[in-house]
Structure formats: structure tokens, C-alpha cells
Design a protein around this ligand. Sequence first.
Ligand code: NAD
Length: 303
Amino acid sequence: MTQDTMNFAGQVAIITGAGGGLGRLYALELAARGAAVVVNDLGGSVDGSGSSATAAETVVEEIKATGGRAIANAADVTDEAAVNAMVAEAVEAFGRVDILINNAGILRDKSFAKMEMANWNKVVDVHLNGAALCTKAVWNVMKEQGYGRIIMTTSPSGIYGNFGQANYGAAKAGLWGMMNTLGLEGAKSNIHVNCIAPSAGTRMTETIMDAGTLKMLAPENITPAVVFLCSQAAPTRKVLVAAAGTYTLAEMVETQGIHLAEGDRTPEAIAANWGRISDRTDAEPVNSAMEGVAKLVKAMANA
Ligand code: NAD
């Protein structure tokens, strides 16, 4: 691998849902920086209905026209056999898989009261289970190589919530959870797992945002953040938020809280101490579930 961390010559990237929107831009940029790219896209509509191989093929033609290397793939990310075949095809064509960007996604928004469970299941299936299937399919390839960069596409909806998106928000938060554990499990094999939380004007958002906002949220602003997460310089287990040229880190933190002595552990005491429990002074991220338990036990020992 090259010393220039933002040059991807010799590397291979699989990008799901790359037939349009954000994924297409990631594919074009990684290819321009030397990566061989598998452009995956089912080619359906925003709600996940229909399919067409043309979307992925068109992006592959764009890449080839500028001298890049790419192959098209129309696998549905929820189809385990098709996903495994896609990864096998990538290894067959290019010899390895360095980068997976789990980007494919759909929307089926409804307030929870009106949401049919079929629309809950479909959204969770594409975003969360689809990312799990693709990640599972590349995981051992990356472990054997001793190198990998995996990007999950979460969303401000997943980390903060958004009216009408309980299904989408749950799936997107699930990706954050998956990242936290896979980052731990991949560490010794130099597999870094991160999330991008974009906001961008694409077909997915064009009907829910006004023209002025869409113009500010040019999708091109997301690409540098994702390319960074694809690189050797990528951190691991981080959520990079990107919109309109602003880049921030989103982190879950836990407050210092209080320790209640045995016999004092009543709901009344929790209510009376809510101000101290929720006081964010000295709140800090917790690096793993085990570290979280250790923190609570230490608070007991110190009490
Ligand atoms: P988009 O609709 O242009 O792109 C999504 C792509 O995924 C489409 O090309 C679609 O054909 C493909 N796809 C859908 N289901 C698939 C399946 N089962 N298998 C394979 N491909 C499939 O929208 P976008 O805005 O570019 O979205 C890209 C990702 O970014 C999505 O995961 C989306 O949830 C996420 N995201 C977007 C925004 C935003 O503001 N645009 C915000 C937060 C998160």
C-alpha cells in the first residue's frame, strides 16, 4: 500500500447503493484516487420498490471513461446469497477488499401511530440487516488481509431522532451500535469501523427540504469525510457528522451521576437527585460496555 494515505492505488472498495446520490460521488472520488470500485445498486425507487441494473452500470461507465477501474453489481443488499456472490466477484476481479461503504438505503416515513410493520421491517432490513450481510461477507477477507475500512451510514435521525422516522432512526442507530462492537472485534486485524452521518440534497431529501436548504446541502460536501474514513488515517468507532461543509464528531457521553447507599435506592431518591444524575459537568464517553460497568463499580467503591 502507498504511503500517501489519501491515494487508494492498489485498494479495492465495495460501495452499496452507489448508482446515484451520495454513493455515486464516493465511487467516482475513490476511483479517481486509484481504487478499483465495485459499484453496487439495486436501482429501485426511494421507497425500495422496483429494480434496474442501469444505475450501477452508468456509474461504472463514468469511472471507466476517466480511466478508472470498476465493475457494476445489482445485488439487493438484503439477499445474502447475492451479497456473498458480490464479494466473491470483487475478490475474483480485483484480488482483495480494503473498503466497504454500507450506503444503500430507502425511506418509508410515517408517524409511528400510522406505520405498518411491513414498512418498519423493510427499512430495518435494508439499512441494518443489509449492512450486516455486506459486512459479514467482507469480514473474513479483511481479517485475513489484516486490513479493512468499513463505513456505516447512520443519520442525524438515528442519533438524535426525527418525527416520522421511527423505522429509519432505529435502523440507523443500530448501525451505530454495530460499529461500536465491530470496531472492538476488528481492532487487532487493523479493521477500522466508523459511521458517517450525512445531510445532503439527494433524491431522498428533495421532497422534504426546500430549494435553498438543498442548495446549501450539496452532496459533494460529504465525500471528503467519507474518503477520510476510507483511508489508512481513519480513526475507529467514531461518528463523523457532515453537512454543508461543516464536519463534527458525535459522541455518546455518560454523566458522573451519583451513588446511592443501599437502603437509599428508591425511585423517590432518583427523582430528588435527577439534577445531579443528569448534570453534564465532567460527562465523558465510555469506550466499551465493560469500561462502563467498571466506572459504576468504581463509583460504588469511592462512595
Ligand atoms: P439515494 O436514494 O440517492 O441513494 C440510495 C441508493 O441505495 C439508491 O441508489 C438505491 O437504489 C440504493 N438501494 C436501495 N435499496 C437497496 C438495496 N436493497 N440494495 C442495493 N441498493 C439499494 O439517497 P442518498 O441520500 O444518496 O442516501 C445514501 C445513504 O445516505 C442512505 O443510507 C441514506 O439513508 C443515508 N443518508 C442520507 C441523508 C441525506 O440527507 N441525503 C441523510 C442521512 C443519511
